[in-house]
Design a protein. Sequence first.
Length: 149
Amino acid sequence: MTYAPSPQLVSVGYEGRSIDELVQVLLAEDVAVLVDVRLTPISRKPGLSKTALKNALRDAGIEYVHHRELGNPKWNRDGYRAGESTSLALYQRVLGSSEGRSALRHVTELFEGGTVALLCFERDHDHCHRHQVVKELGELCDDLRVTYA
């Protein structure tokens, strides 16, 4: 009997990293697809806005997917980082929306192609909305293996 491998997920933030450093981290984790979970995929850091990031990833053999449906609204971020329960609950509603559920299901489908990374700015997983996305994915996927980079 053949068993499918456990889905692999990497939670990564680019805070304090250059595009080259980020790509090296992703390659070291054997990432096949990067899912950008920023609501608006722009950055003041060179190479980390959507088009430049997509091109750098393509050159490294990594697919880029942007799921703005999994982004945390700008006006909710300060409260979220502060751990305010209303901000956490608001983001949970984002994930529970039909658009959020659809995006989460799509991420689970991407596991068939190999390791998937979730990307946002915050380096610390616990202070980023990625931690709620990871929790939701863990409920959708049996045996989800998560690493933090």
